[in-house]
Design a protein around this ligand. Structure first.
Ligand code: 5GP
Length: 203
């Protein structure tokens, strides 16, 4: 049976609070790209702490929607290449939003890593498309100035099905075993959810 771990809003808030000083010091994002729906609440909370630490104005939060498509046995190779499907993306000026900025991709959980890998590679494609519209002499410097980093609330310690570049700034609020995380925004009965979270903590 899959082991469950219930996580409260306060747990998430506090994980983000403890991780944000390191993110501000080592990456200092200019833009947050939240992967919906799990990345929305974490991105909003992180903005509060980043604003406090960096004393900058509130960062813009852009949203993308991705859904993991689980292939069934016998699925052809070209479909496997599209296991992650876009349900929402940045507007027509996606690349322009990203170029020259330090963009922090935010999600709630890194499980197989396929979603993060897809998000990063597609956002990098948007950057390359945008660079083609810029004078050739400026492209290398703009590419250099465009950075990506990743923040997840939880990283599951398990074999991943996709890899991220080894030098990519990567931050996790907590590393957990390969359990199923129950997030508060999925709960119908939030008091009941918090009671289960309290019981999990006693185990
Ligand atoms: P990936 O396998 O691509 O890293 O994660 C895909 C998505 O599956 C995540 O963004 C998340 O929505 C969902 N997911 C993976 N593991 C968990 C989990 O333990 N709990 C919940 N609630 N969702 C999960």
């Amino acid at each position: 049976m899959v082991q469950h771990l219930h996580v409260t809003y306060n747990d998430i808030h506090n994980l983000i609070r403890s991780c944000t000083p390191q993110i501000a010091a080592e990456f200092n994002p200019d833009l947050l790209v939240a992967i919906g729906g799990g990345g929305f609440f974490p991105a909003r909370v992180m903005r509060t702490f980043l604003r406090e630490i960096t004393e900058h104005k509130a960062l813009q939060i852009q949203a993308i929607g991705l859904s993991l498509y689980e292939p069934v046995e016998g699925t052809s190779a070209d479909v496997i290449g599209q296991e992650v499907i876009r349900t929402q993306w940045l507007g027509p000026n996606a690349g322009r939003l990203l170029v020259g900025r330090k963009n922090l991709i935010v999600d709630e959980v890194d499980d197989t890593r396929k979603t993060l890998h897809y998000a990063l590679s597609e956002l990098q494609k948007d950057v390359e498309e945008e660079l083609l519209t810029r004078p050739e002499s400026e492209r290398a410097a703009l590419r250099e100035a465009t950075k990506f980093g990743i923040f997840v609330v939880h990283n599951k310690a398990k074999g991943k099905l996709a890899q991220l570049p080894a030098d990519l700034p990567y931050f996790a609020g907590a590393t957990v075993d390969d359990v199923w995380l129950d997030y508060p925004w999925e709960a119908m009965d939030i008091e009941g959810h918090d009671a289960l979270a309290a019981a999990d903590k006693k185990l």
